[in-house]
Design a binder for this molecule. Structure first.
Ligand code: ADP
Ligand code: 5GP
Length: 189
């Protein structure tokens, strides 16, 4: 049976990854989003089972022990995120391509498991200051959470050279066309 491919997107929070991945999925047919599990609380407007599977920390630990995750990371202090094996396998087995929006370490773990079947794309902001401004402007996180995320961004950017492709999200339209190009090229390969 033909199996699908895995498209993995990582970026420092606020780089525009969600914006770009939504655009990609609206432009390229046959992409299926893998909904991750997390122990963080839902943001206003987020829906359980659509944006994430929101689990309590205890439930998250139970599912780690049960082997339910392909990969999982403590992305922020006490905040766990993980890719569910069930989410990815059901799409791949149906021959569909799967989109993962996960952190840099999770992305490298997926590459170790899936090799050439996975494309890792790093979305890079034009600068740390632009990132901070985007997070403030987005208005979804407290200043404390923003400081935590901006503080982590420089570290996350050091992982970029290990990715298959880097897309710089400065001018949105340019980044949109770049992301569609790198993905369609990979899917044809
Ligand atoms: P992420 O998913 O990486 O945290 P988002 O997609 O939520 O980032 O984008 C963060 C904020 O920056 C949002 O308010 C979004 O509208 C805005 N944004 C995204 N891309 C650009 C861009 N190229 N220029 C300016 N603002 C952008
Ligand atoms: P947010 O809280 O902004 O939704 O996500 C924070 C970070 O967690 C982002 O970098 C996002 O890509 C990452 N993330 C989301 N789901 C997963 C996952 O399943 N595994 C890993 N390793 N990281 C994830």
């Amino acid at each position: 049976m033909q199996t699908g491919k895995i498209l993995v997107f990582s970026a420092p929070s606020g780089s525009g990854k969600t914006t770009l991945v939504h655009y990609l999925m609206s432009q390229v047919p046959g992409l299926h989003f893998s909904i991750s599990a997390t122990s963080r609380s839902p943001r206003p407007g987020e829906v359980d089972g659509r944006d994430y599977y929101f689990l309590s920390p205890d439930e998250f630990r139970r599912r780690i022990a049960a082997g339910d995750f392909i990969e999982h990371e403590e992305v922020y202090h006490d905040k766990f995120y993980g890719t569910l094996r069930s989410e990815v396998d059901r799409h791949l087995e149906a021959g569909h391509n799967v989109v993962l929006d996960i952190d840099v370490k999770g992305a490298l773990n997926v590459k170790r498991i899936y090799g050439q079947q996975a494309l890792l794309v790093f979305i890079q902001p034009p600068s740390i200051e632009a990132l901070r401004e985007r997070l403030i402007h987005r208005g979804t996180d407290s200043l404390e959470v923003i400081a935590d995320r901006v503080g982590k961004a420089s570290y996350e950017m050091t992982f970029a050279p290990q990715f298959d492709q880097i897309v710089i999200n400065d001018k949105l339209e340019q980044a949109q066309s770049d992301i569609v190009r790198v993905v369609t090229t990979f899917l044809r390969s």
